[in-house]
Design a binder for this molecule. Structure first.
Ligand code: IMP
Ligand code: MG
Length: 170
């Protein structure tokens, strides 16, 4: 498989994002909410680059569609348990593609009336956007290619690859 982003490039971007978040929320606490399962590797590395009082929570959704295409129907399968009212929430996602997942999650989480709501995504495919959503912290903008590794899967496989690779013929 062709490596698109090496583990060194990923580590550099994650460190940069952690510094930005630490600067933006200096003196405050944050709740990092990871979108399962894809964001769990990113969250665990990002958290260690954030020099703030931080807690974690996780949320899981399922989006219906064929193997590589997200459909538009998003269903909540695991909710957070942390009270979010008046706290600083950073939603941590692996990839922002059509934006349908994050549009759903933003609405769901903002209903709790957090003090701040920010989105951190490792990857952004802006050319695929179908819903108007932007991330506040972005690791890399990538072209419209299907990628796996560092948490990202194809049919649940390849999440454990240390680099982000382009899946050409699954
Ligand atoms: P969206 O709702 O289209 O923005 O899709 C976001 C979700 O689609 C991500 O959380 C991933 O699970 C999945 N996804 C989108 N593009 C890719 C990709 O290139 N590789 C692996 N998963 C992807
Ligand atoms: Mg995902």
């Amino acid at each position: 498989m062709k490596v698109l982003l090496s583990r060194e490039q990923i580590a550099e971007a994650v460190a940069r994002m952690g510094k930005q978040i630490s600067r933006d929320f200096a003196g405050e606490s944050v709740v990092l909410i990871g979108v399962l399962k894809g964001a769990c590797l990113f969250l665990s590395d990002l958290a260690r680059q954030i020099e703030l009082d931080a807690t974690f929570d996780f949320i899981a959704v399922r989006s219906y569609g064929t193997k590589k295409e997200a459909a538009g129907e998003v269903q909540l399968i695991k909710d957070v348990t942390t009270p979010l009212r008046d706290v600083n929430v950073i939603l941590v996602e692996d990839i922002l593609d059509t934006g349908l997942t994050l549009t759903f999650l933003r609405k769901h989480l903002c209903a709790h009336q957090p003090r701040a709501f920010k989105i951190a995504t490792l990857l952004d495919k802006p050319s695929r956007r179908a819903a108007p959503v932007q991330a506040d912290y972005v690791g890399f903008q990538i072209p419209d290619e299907f990628v796996v590794g560092y948490g990202l899967d194809f049919a649940e496989r390849y999440r454990n690859l240390p680099d982000i690779c382009v899946l050409e013929s699954p």
